[in-house]
Structures are given as C-alpha cells and as structure tokens.
Design a protein around this ligand. Structure first.
Ligand code: GAR
Length: 217
C-alpha cells in the first residue's frame, strides 16, 4: 500500500513538482493525495492542478498569528484526505509545537543548506559569508525548532569563488530535486528509523561519495 502524502507549499513549488514526478513511478512507495497552500497566489498550485492532484488553499494571512486556528483547518484537510506523511516544500509558515509533535516522524522538510549550518533565511548568503567550500541541501524530519530535526538525507555541491547567492541557489536546487524524492522513497518505504533523535537508515552513500572542494590539480 502506498503511503498517502500531502505536500505543503507557499510559492513556486519546484520541489513539489519533483515529488509529483517521482511519485508517478509504479514502484514509488508514496502517492501525493493533496497539495495544500497557505497562499492563493502560490504558483505551485497551478502546476499541481495540471498534474491532476487536488489542491486546497487555506489562507493564513487573515488568521495572522492565530497558528492554532490555521492548524485546525489544516488538520481537518489532512484528515479528509487520510494523509499519513507531510512534505513541506518551501512552506513559509511556522507551526505550533503541538502540531509538530503530533506529526513527529511523519513530517519532512527540505532546506537549502547542509544543516545544522545556515538555518533560516538567506542560507546561500550565509554560506558565502562564512566562506564554506561545500554547501548543499538537507531533508529532515520536522521538530519545533526551525530548520532542524533528524536528518534523513543530504546532498552537496562545491562552492565556487565567483558564486553569488543566486548561482549557488540554482546548483543547490538541482540537488534538492534529486534528494527530496529519494528521501521520501526511503521514508515511505520504511527504510528509516528514529533512534534518540537521530534518523538511521540501511542505505549508504554512492560508491565514490567523497567531494573535495576546491580540488588542487
Ligand atoms: C527551496 O529551496 C527550499 O529548500 C526552501 O525554499 C525553496 C522553495 O522552493 N525552503 C526553505 O528555505 C525552508 N527553510 P520551491 O517552492 O521551488 O520548492
């Protein structure tokens, strides 16, 4: 039985699109049963609709800081669609600790840095200012702290001296689109377990899983 997944978005939804495409494969262990946005103008909504996936908008702006009010509406949509796993894809609204705890181990997020480095806003600017030579993206289980929680999968890219936040973001985004579907495959297929706040898996890195940057020739 495929696990029933909701994707939550606030914007363009490119990670959502990567997940929708991956979920088309017959052997993919999850199906995307609904895409939920907290903004009616999220560009990703049209893409989801054109893929034939039901979409729901729960406008968060009128609710202001009433997080519990928003989450009550969200939970009823999740219940209606019998959702088992949530994937956040650029979902830019914070949850209450109660909601996060209810979904602990069943809610994934993707963040464009190698967490625990550079959580929050402008991760690529943070990476460039820190002068790191390798950056990347992280899929993790959600905990109440923002952009933190048990790490399921990471992918890395070399940072170049002439990178801007935009060029680095573009290369990291390609990695995001690879690791999010793979991480969902792993989690939905039962290939992960949480032990004392750490995500363990039977999968390993690729045969040549070293990345050295810069490379001295
Ligand atoms: C992605 O880069 C995602 O990693 C980031 O928002 C972007 C959404 O793009 N998420 C965060 O920064 C979470 N803190 P998308 O709408 O095209 O998937």
């Amino acid at each position: 039985m495929k696990r029933r997944v909701a994707i939550l978005i606030s914007g363009r939804g490119s990670n959502m699109t990567a997940l929708l495409e991956a979920a088309r494969a017959q052997d993919f262990p999850a199906e995307i049963v609904v895409v939920i946005s907290n903004r009616a103008d999220a560009a990703g909504l049209a893409k989801a609709r054109s893929s034939g996936v039901p979409t729901v908008t729960i406008e968060s702006k009128p609710l202001g800081k009433d997080r519990a009010g928003f989450e009550a509406k969200l939970q009823s949509v999740l219940d209606e669609h019998r959702v088992e796993l949530i994937c956040l894809g650029g979902f830019m609204r914070l949850f209450t600790a109660e909601f996060v705890q209810r979904w602990y181990g069943r809610m994934l997020n993707i963040h464009p840095s190698l967490l625990p480095s550079f959580p929050g806003l402008d991760p690529h600017g943070q990476a460039l200012r820190a002068g790191v030579k390798i950056s990347g993206a992280t899929v993790h289980f959600v905990i109440p702290e923002t952009d933190a929680g048990p790490i399921v999968m990471q992918g890395a890219v070399a940072v170049r001296d002439d990178d801007t936040a935009e060029t680095l973001a573009a290369r990291v985004l390609e990695i995001e689109h690879r690791i999010y579907p793979d991480a969902l495959r792993l989690v939905a297929g039962g290939g992960t377990r949480l032990e004392h706040g750490i995500c363990k898996t039977d999968a390993y890195g690729s045969p040549d899983d070293s990345l050295i940057s810069p490379e001295v020739i």
